[in-house]
Design a binder for this molecule. Structure first.
Ligand SMILES: NC(=O)c1ccc[n+]([C@@H]2O[C@H](COP(=O)([O-])OP(=O)(O)OC[C@H]3O[C@@H](n4cnc5c(N)ncnc54)[C@H](OP(=O)(O)O)[C@@H]3O)[C@@H](O)[C@H]2O)c1
Length: 244
């Protein structure tokens, strides 16, 4: 498995869980030190690469990592950013979309291309978010980027079926999980620990589920949000508070 965004939070937890069980993993992110640490602990299981998904050379670096790993059965895309933008600075909005939508498409399409060329199927799993359900005012760019990623995954499933590529698509949609993405000094409604969320994320990947909400309570929240007409939704207050 290749994990893109393995240096922190969800990606790091999945990387540690798999490497400690002897699964061969290719770990990538911009920060190498957390990846090196895992490689020191599990040298037979871990290959690492410094990859910035916003860089044009990222697909080439991914393919080089896959080669060192000796192949890939699952591409797991976790890399993403999110922060508050109370002053609504255009550059900060653009930066979220650059990473979560453009960088996402760059890397996921690259993984799809690799599987497709190999001709033996495969799986692309990605972490999107409950935030992709509706547009959330204080998280405008973030919620739009996650909706984009979700639609992109649906399009890839469509492509895989029409071309008989046999590439399984898994979309993991968490609610709040306590990772460095969130502010340490704030309480988030229905926030989950990574220890609680991890087995559910692993199960979703192993079972090749199409769309999974982490956890079922957040699945109910998303289902309720989908039922709310836009004229009501845009009058509701959604409490969110990401790091500045
Ligand atoms: N935590 C939550 O409540 C929550 C809820 C729903 C969805 N999610 C989603 O889950 C994913 C992981 O979030 P997290 O909570 O684990 O956050 P995190 O602890 O901040 O981890 C983010 C990961 O993404 C990587 N990343 C960011 N920009 C990158 C880039 N340009 N190139 C390569 N890697 C990049 C980071 O690595 P480097 O900085 O080292 O590059 C890091 O490994 C995100 O997509 C997030 O939107 C999180």
């Amino acid at each position: 498995m290749v994990i893109m965004g393995a240096s922190s939070g969800i990606g790091l937890a999945v990387a540690r869980a798999l490497a400690s069980r002897g699964v061969r993993v290719g770990l990538a992110a911009r920060r190498l030190e957390p990846l090196r640490e895992l490689q020191r602990l599990y040298p037979d299981s871990v290959e690492i690469a410094e990859i910035d998904i916003n860089s044009a050379d990222a697909p080439g670096r991914l393919h080089e990592l896959i080669e060192r790993l000796g192949g890939m059965e699952i591409y797991f895309h976790v890399a993403g950013i999110g922060y508050d933008n109370p002053d609504f600075k255009p550059e900060r909005e653009a930066s979220i979309l650059e990473t979560n939508a453009v960088g996402f498409a760059r890397m996921v399409s690259s993984a799809y291309g690799w599987f497709s060329k190999r001709g033996n199927g495969g799986q692309i799993a990605a972490v999107t978010s409950v935030a992709g359900t509706n547009g959330i005012g204080p998280l405008s760019a973030y919620s739009a980027s996650k909706k984009c990623a979700q639609t992109y995954l649906t399009a890839l499933e469509h492509l895989s079926r029409s071309r008989h590529d046999n590439i399984v698509i898994t979309d993991i949609r968490p609610g709040w999980i306590a990772t460095p993405l969130l502010r340490a000094d704030r309480r988030y409604p229905m926030a989950m620990s990574i220890e609680y969320a991890l087995p559910q994320i692993l199960k979703a990947i192993v079972r090749g589920r199409r769309i999974v909400y982490i956890d079922c309570r957040w699945g109910l929240v998303a289902a309720a949000w989908r039922l709310i007409p836009n004229c009501l939704w845009t009058r509701m207050r959604i409490p969110v508070d990401l790091p500045k």
